[in-house]
Design a protein around this ligand. Structure first.
Ligand SMILES: NC(=O)C1=CN([C@@H]2O[C@H](COP(=O)(O)OP(=O)(O)OC[C@H]3O[C@@H](n4cnc5c(N)ncnc54)[C@H](O)[C@@H]3O)[C@@H](O)[C@H]2O)C=CC1
Ligand SMILES: CC(=O)C(=O)O
Ligand SMILES: [Mg+2]
Length: 371
């Protein structure tokens, strides 16, 4: 299989889709891997390490894309990358299509086969290729929130742990999944007063048991969300309905009840965001203020800690990349129903029901493509 690794071009995105160690595994199985010159530099992997692992370093972008059968990336393709896709390509990357109709239409028009990391499932009901980056983003969410609480960032001027004689900040996390648990863990570590809201009692039970009374768990209702908005210094948005647009849980009206200088960190922004006033921001300009409330809505948070994130991501993607390379997309997806859930677009059709629903389109059953 001819595999291409482009350099990521999203704003301040420094991750790379394969490490030299993964390249070595692929080359040992007889695959040809072309890595765009300096693709790994931001994550601390120089071209020389890829060459030593057996990769071809490609300077010519046209040749990189035109000669590839399988393209492995980190972030959703940017418009200039979408233009390069063709029907013979298999693209394997994060896509988050429900939040981006123009990207969805672009991928359909390309007729390429597009497999999303974030909708691949596992036997435990988890999302094994989203989880490593959710761990990173959850941990970063509290760092971002703490920074945003500083006066110079528009925040209320609150130090998360307080000091003796001054109460700590109140941090509420909406959605107690992977992002939510990691955010809660960091907030607890900093000494915050932490509450987690979720609609899954099962999930709240797991957290209650795991953290032994050190955090508050609250079933997520309209009342609970209003209380969270009114009383929190930081609210982290960490909900997910896989493949679908995030529900809007904090409305513009509720901002009026929030304290001036409190902070919303919308990690769910890559699925459209779970606060009504959220819009995607970049690491270059991560925050903005609405009605006195600071919003942090960066859609590629893990890109800022590219070394850690690249290693964590590729640990999880490696077996899937090997399966695609060894068996082709049809072979790999046909024998793994969890991997098949990753198929979002093929030959101009949407193949994931939640993505199709987001745009009022019909989904083609991916099983019908496996014959
Ligand atoms: N901005 C960024 O850089 C990154 C964003 N993410 C995003 O973070 C979001 C969360 O991801 P994970 O934690 O991995 O998902 P997850 O599936 O582990 O957890 C989501 C949780 O939300 C809960 N939930 C769903 N609807 C709810 C509602 N209406 N009210 C309360 N809780 C609700 C679910 O019960 C579940 O416990 C996703 O949109 C993901 O794509 C992940 C990594 C990086
Ligand atoms: C999951 C995701 O959107 C990211 O890692 O950037
Ligand atoms: Mg994202």
């Amino acid at each position: 299989m001819k595999i291409a690794i482009p350099k990521e071009i999203k704003n301040h995105e420094y991750r790379v889709a394969l490490t030299p160690s993964v390249v070595r595994e692929l080359v040992a199985r007889g695959h040809r891997v072309a890595v765009q010159a300096s693709a790994g530099e931001g994550a601390g992997f120089p071209d020389t390490e890829y060459e030593a692992a057996g990769a071809h370093i490609e300077q010519d972008l046209d040749a990189l894309w035109d000669n590839a059968e399988l393209i492995v990336k980190v972030k959703e393709p940017q418009p200039e990358e979408v233009k390069r896709l063709k029907p013979s390509h298999t693209l394997f990357t994060y896509l988050h299509l429900a939040a981006e109709e123009s990207l969805t239409r672009g991928l359909m028009d390309s007729e390429a086969t597009c497999i999303a990391y974030e909708t691949i499932t596992d036997d435990e009901g988890g999302l094994p290729l989203l989880a490593p980056m959710s761990r990173v983003a959850g941990r970063m969410a509290v760092q971002a929130g703490a920074h945003s609480l500083e006066k110079a960032q528009g925040g209320a001027g609150i130090l998360i742990p307080g000091v003796p004689g001054v109460a700590p900040a109140k941090v509420t996390v909406i959605g107690g999944g992977v992002v939510g648990e990691n955010a809660a863990r960091m907030a607890l570590g900093l000494g915050a007063d932490v509450t987690v809201l979720d609609k899954s009692l099962e999930r709240l039970e797991v957290l209650d048991h795991r953290y032994q009374g050190r955090l508050n768990t609250v079933y997520s209702t309209a009342d609970a969300l209003e209380t969270a908005a009114r009383e929190s210094d930081i609210v982290v948005g960490a909900v997910l309905v896989p493949g679908a647009q995030a529900p809007k849980l904090i409305t513009r009206q509720m901002l009026g009840d929030m304290r001036p200088g409190s902070v919303l960190v919308d990690v769910a922004i890559d699925q459209g965001g779970c606060f009504e006033t959220s819009r995607a921001t970049t690491h270059a300009d991560p925050t903005y203020v609405v009605d006195g409330v600071v919003h942090y809505c960066v859609a590629n948070m893990p890109g800022a800690v590219a070394r850690t994130s690249t290693q964590a991501l590729t640990n999880a993607t490696l077996p899937f990349v090997l399966a695609l390379a060894d068996k082709g997309w049809q072979g790999a997806l046909a024998e793994d129903p969890h991997f098949l859930k990753g198929l979002n677009v093929h030959a101009g059709h949407i193949t994931h029901p939640a993505v199709a629903q987001a745009f009022g389109l019909d989904a083609v059953d991916p099983k019908s493509l496996m014959a």
